[in-house]
Ligand binder design. Structure first.
Ligand SMILES: *[C@@H]1O[C@H](CO)[C@@H](O)[C@H](O)[C@H]1NC(C)=O
Ligand SMILES: *[C@@H]1O[C@H](CO)[C@@H](O)[C@H](O)[C@H]1NC(C)=O
Ligand SMILES: *[C@@H]1O[C@H](CO)[C@@H](O)[C@H](O)[C@H]1NC(C)=O
Length: 447
């Protein structure tokens, strides 16, 4: 990291330290008002193709009648987010479909009013309070700075370019020693491309910390550094992430201006990667929308061209400089799934499908050992829907990373993207188990 850049990081830290003298309330101490009538609803609609409501027609109906926020499309259900006060406005057809509602406490919709502090004491993975709450971008800079101070021989910050709003993006390199790091097998992990998937970024930070933690601690991943060098992009979408903290907790895309007369902002980064990219997102989309030009206001708008998002472009350029890449994980939420390429088609499997799936099944079993959480494993397109321009397709198809996965973390639809902060640590622990299992599989396969 060059000096002017460090100066920027230090300035950011100085600013937040000024702020941090105010009272500090950990988000995990927020009282969740489960009974409040005035709350948003996460509605799970059971799909039933035989009776005429498959996922596609449900989404079509919702998108057309309500402009609803579709959170998740599963094999037997669709999750829709209904903001507070919108329940009565929902279409009769939507109410008629079999469904279960979860009331989401309003507290979860507000970014926690925490103040950054630099007293997390990251010298221990188990004892630090850092992983008990979500963190604003300024906290993430401090976390990074503290890792550099505590573990100077094992971690480096690599600047990788700027976001649309000119925030500096960075990757962490974590290795056993500087001299041999390029000879080890490369393992790449990215946090939330979709801004609202906070648990993805929190988990990426837990993993970074676990890789550096003393091997005597539970869930330490340090022994992996004998065989691997890790590269982590904690915040792939910094502008969107800041926007979820300051303006709209449920923002999804980046914050790109798409053209002089465009009324909507942002593109879906995870449809903007340059492998089998498509101008139009096929699903979820209405029949009418399929024939019309791509709609930049849709959450899944893929951009005018691949790599239009500078954030995607920066990460892709960084990846191409890395040696011996063998594994990639795109951390996401939610749904508890480990998914293999392809995303752009449900009709084809990759030539490495067998190994990819075997490793994923082992990883799912390892997750269960930590806290009993069940993950499924399978092809990404089949477990969700066809989505071209996805990062796992790019990493496998273009960057040549054999073990490339999308991992949707907890939960399965109780809180969805609003997963309460007390789950950050258990999710981090089970994900550490998952990565250890994948890493062991890959090493064994090589010899
Ligand atoms: C919804 O409708 C019910 C009955 O008509 C009414 O009691 C309730 O206040 C309404 N809720 C909202 C949020 O408008
Ligand atoms: C952090 O914790 C370690 C033990 O885990 C302790 O030795 C050290 O003094 C602590 N540092 C601070 C600044 O409190
Ligand atoms: C964590 O805290 C416990 C209880 O205070 C202590 O026994 C243990 O040594 C600490 N672990 C580390 C790694 O600091």
């Amino acid at each position: 990291m060059s000096l002017p850049r460090l100066a920027v990081l230090y300035t950011a830290i100085a600013v937040v330290q000024l702020l941090s003298s105010a009272a500090y309330v950990p988000a995990s101490q927020m009282v969740l008002d489960q009974t409040s009538a005035a709350s948003a609803i996460l509605r799970r609609i059971t799909t039933d193709p035989e009776r005429g409501w498959d996922a596609h027609s449900v989404v079509e109906d919702l998108v057309q009648s309500l402009n609803a926020d579709v959170w998740h499309v599963g094999q037997h259900h669709v999750d829709v987010y209904l903001p507070q006060g919108s329940a009565n406005a929902s279409s009769p057809s939507l109410d008629d479909l079999p469904h279960v509602d979860t009331h989401l406490p309003n507290a979860l919709l507000k970014a926690p009013r925490t103040r950054p502090q630099s007293h997390w004491n990251l010298s221990s993975l188990a004892n630090t309070t850092f992983h008990a709450e979500y963190h604003a971008l300024e906290d993430i800079y401090i976390f990074t700075r503290e890792l550099l101070d505590l573990y100077p021989d094992n971690v480096k910050v690599v600047p990788i370019g700027h976001s649309v709003e000119n925030r500096e993006m960075f990757a962490l390199e974590i290795f056993k020693d500087e001299r041999t790091k390029a000879k080890k097998t490369g393992f790449v992990i990215t946090g939330a491309q979709h801004a609202r998937e906070w648990i993805a970024t929190s988990t990426a930070m837990f993993i970074a910390h676990a890789l550096l933690a003393d091997p005597s601690e539970s869930y330490s991943m340090a022994p992996l550094l004998s065989s691997y060098t890790f590269y982590l992009v904690l915040v792939p979408n910094p502008d969107g992430y800041v926007y979820t903290w300051e303006t709209d907790r449920l923002w999804y895309k980046n914050r790109q201006t798409l053209g002089p007369n465009e009324k909507c902002v942002g593109l879906d980064m995870n449809r903007n990667w340059g492998h089998k990219w498509k101008r139009r997102a096929d699903f979820p989309a209405t029949q009418a929308a399929k024939k019309a030009p791509a709609n930049p206001c849709a959450p899944w708008y893929p951009g005018h061209r691949p790599f239009e998002s500078p954030e995607v472009n920066n990460i892709a350029n960084f990846i191409t400089t890395l040696p011996n890449l063998r594994a990639y994980i795109d951390l996401r939420s939610y749904g508890q799934m480990i998914s293999t390429p392809w995303s752009f088609t449900c009709k084809k499997t990759t030539k490495d499908a067998e190994d990819q799936l075997e490793a994923a099944l082992g990883a799912a079993a390892a997750i269960r050992i930590a806290h009993g959480t069940t993950f499924t494993a399978g092809g990404l397109c089949k477990s969700t829907y066809k989505a071209p321009g996805n990062v796992v397709d790019y990493m496998y198809g273009k960057a040549g990373v054999k073990y490339s996965y999308a991992v949707h973390l907890r939960d399965t639809g109780t809180y969805g993207f609003l997963l309460p902060p007390q789950w950050i640590r258990p999710v981090g622990e089970e994900t550490a188990n998952m990565i250890k299992a994948l890493a062991a599989f890959i090493v064994n396969k090589k010899f």
